[in-house]
Design a protein. Structure first.
Length: 215
């Protein structure tokens, strides 16, 4: 009904994942109890305007590239720690998407191979299970339960006495979360052998033994 709406040529949706780009919706979202949530079709049918879907962090890194801090750069990485943990990658002038739009779901990197905490996706030990907005409370419980009973009693007593001094309560939690968040972003190193090498060294034998035997 708005006359200016006639000037809209398309709609872009930036959504948390995991996504199913072919079907245009969320595929078993980690924080919503549904197998599939359609996003593109309802909007496109209601408004009659072409509608497109991307991961929210992918749209964010594109925003930084065209309108923000990344204007002068051809390689960008965008990481967000909020309800979940996500990433957007822009490499050599191209957005990294992947087959289904989920190539940069970095919150589901495994950081704890003991799997002490359950991620919203149903797997254990993921980064998101420890350092996201939903995961931090569970991580705090884990830290408390890991202490000796005497330490917990002393700790709780001190917290009750110093209830109005939030630093004594919050600072240790912030320190643990910061350590997990900072140490899990991998260092990016340019290989001296250029772009022709995908994998090399003895580890390659474990992945492609037959090909190496033929060589």
């Amino acid at each position: 009904k708005d006359p200016q709406a006639k000037n809209i040529v398309g709609i872009g949706i930036g959504s948390a994942g995991p996504l199913d780009l072919k079907r245009g919706g969320l595929m078993k979202p980690t924080n919503i109890p549904y197998d599939f949530v359609p996003l593109v079709e309802p909007l496109q049918d209601a408004l009659g305007i072409p509608t497109y879907l991307l991961n929210d962090c992918s749209t964010a890194v594109m925003g930084e590239k065209h309108f923000g801090a990344g204007k002068e750069h051809e390689n960008l990485a965008y990481i967000t720690l909020s309800t979940g943990i996500g990433g957007g990658i822009y490499v050599d002038g191209h957005l990294l998407i992947g087959k289904d739009g989920n190539a940069t779901e970095i919150g589901h990197f495994t950081i704890d191979y003991d799997g002490l905490l359950l991620c919203g996706c149903g797997k254990r030990g993921h980064w998101e299970a420890y350092c996201s907005g939903n995961g931090i409370p569970n991580f705090v419980r884990l830290l408390i339960e890991d202490k000796n009973p005497e330490e917990v009693e002393t700790s709780l007593l001190l917290k009750i006495i110093t209830l109005n001094n939030g630093d004594l309560v919050i600072d240790p939690i912030k320190r643990h979360v910061k350590e997990h968040a900072r140490n899990r972003v991998p260092e990016i190193i340019v290989t001296p052998l250029g772009g022709d090498v995908v994998i090399y060294g003895a580890l390659a034998l474990a992945f492609h033994p037959n090909e190496w035997k033929q060589m």
